[in-house]
Write a protein that binds this ligand. Structure first.
Ligand SMILES: Cc1cc2nc3c(=O)[nH]c(=O)nc-3n(C[C@H](O)[C@H](O)[C@H](O)COP(=O)(O)O)c2cc1C
Length: 340
């Protein structure tokens, strides 16, 4: 099974004028998919593309790469990095996309999936799924502004009806998107119900551009099942890639993790946070990472409570030393209470 999934994933895929050599990608995640985490992931490998944190299109022109907390990258990751932008105005989105292209990054992703109230109130993110003409106008305008690959990430919409994402997918493809990432949940659902993978198949069957399936892929079995049952071209992994940053390397046959990987990863992440962020930001982001990472352990609550109440990075380090002083028991499947 392991070699089966690796050979399915390690196959070239053409996206726009480019070809990637692996069909597994990191899904975009605010406060999680930052430069430090991506450097950690790069140490393991096993991915074709990395989606960074969501960036407000309005703010991109004022961001300075060396000082920005989220619009920042390492030179070495340029050819794999996609910046996700969120906004409601086509021209503002196009300006941001052009800046991303000028910086030599792989691609641009349009966020049509975020359903948090502050974003939707501004008619951005998943709110755009209620106004498909406006969403398609954004795709068209951004398309005209850039030559690098253009992705759209979206959800089922606001009602549980597969015809809605099928119609949206067709509109995005004809407006010029090069690939889609589809998360088959309705917009108000913050991952409390299982995603409806059968809708991924419906979306895939409706368009000729590549479709990345997304939602609740936690291991090789899930990944193979998603590929086989939906026919999707690739798979975007979110939370489980945070909990196990070596997961994509394992799935693509690059490594077989040993028991020491949890300890090494916990400390390596701390060092990378210090390298890329000031203490306050590093602490906040480490706690967010620790929430998902803790899902690996039988005593997840104990791990997370210790890290969550640490006052500073030194305290985090002390807590890690204590926790890993005796080999912590790990779980075969992640503790889902930590995964919402
Ligand atoms: C903490 C967190 C932050 C997220 N931020 C974003 C985001 O900024 N943009 C986006 O398109 N999706 C975002 N997502 C959704 C993920 O990209 C993904 O669609 C979702 O987690 C389902 O995939 P998974 O089951 O592999 O985690 C976020 C998810 C989580 C858990």
């Amino acid at each position: 099974m392991k070699s089966d999934i690796a050979s399915r994933l390690n196959r070239p895929l053409t996206i726009g004028r480019t070809t990637i050599d692996c069909r597994l990608v990191l899904a975009p995640m605010t406060l999680l998919g930052h430069i430090a985490f991506r450097e950690l992931l790069a140490g393991f490998g096993g991915y074709g593309l990395l989606f960074g944190e969501m960036c407000s299109a309005k703010r991109i022109p004022g961001e300075v790469r060396t000082r920005s907390a989220y619009f920042s990258w390492r030179d070495a990751e340029r050819q794999h990095l996609i910046i996700q932008i969120v906004g409601a105005d086509p021209t503002t989105m196009a300006t941001a996309a052009r800046i991303i292209e000028e910086n030599g990054l792989y691609g641009v992703d349009l966020n049509f999936g975020c359903s948090v109230a502050t974003i939707c109130k501004q008619r951005c993110g998943a709110a755009l799924l209620k106004t498909p003409d406006q969403a398609a106008r954004i795709v068209e305008t951004v398309r005209r502004a850039i030559t690098i690959p253009l992705f759209v990430k979206f959800r089922t919409g606001w009602t549980d009806d597969p015809d809605v994402p099928v119609d949206l997918a067709r509109r995005f493809a004809s407006a010029g998107a090069d690939a889609l990432t589809f998360h088959p949940r309705v917009a108000p659902d913050r991952r409390s119900r299982p995603p409806r993978w059968e809708y991924i198949k419906a979306v895939k069957d409706a368009v000729t551009i590549p479709v990345f399936g997304n939602g609740d892929v936690f291991d090789e079995t899930d990944c193979l099942r998603m590929l086989e049952t939906t026919g999707c071209d690739g798979v975007a992994i979110g939370r489980m890639a945070i909990a196990q940053p070596w997961l994509m390397a394992r799935m693509t046959g690059l490594l077989s993790p040993d028991t020491g990987i949890y300890r090494r990863t916990a400390f390596a992440m701390l060092d990378l946070m210090k390298k890329h962020f000031d203490d306050r930001r590093a602490l906040r982001r480490y706690k967010k990472f620790a929430h998902y990472f803790s899902a690996n352990f039988k005593f997840a609550h104990s791990f997370y409570t210790r890290i969550g109440s640490a006052r500073d990075l030194e305290a985090v380090k002390g807590e890690l030393e204590t926790f890993f002083s005796s080999d912590p028991e790990t779980t075969a499947r992640p503790n889902m209470n930590f995964f919402l």
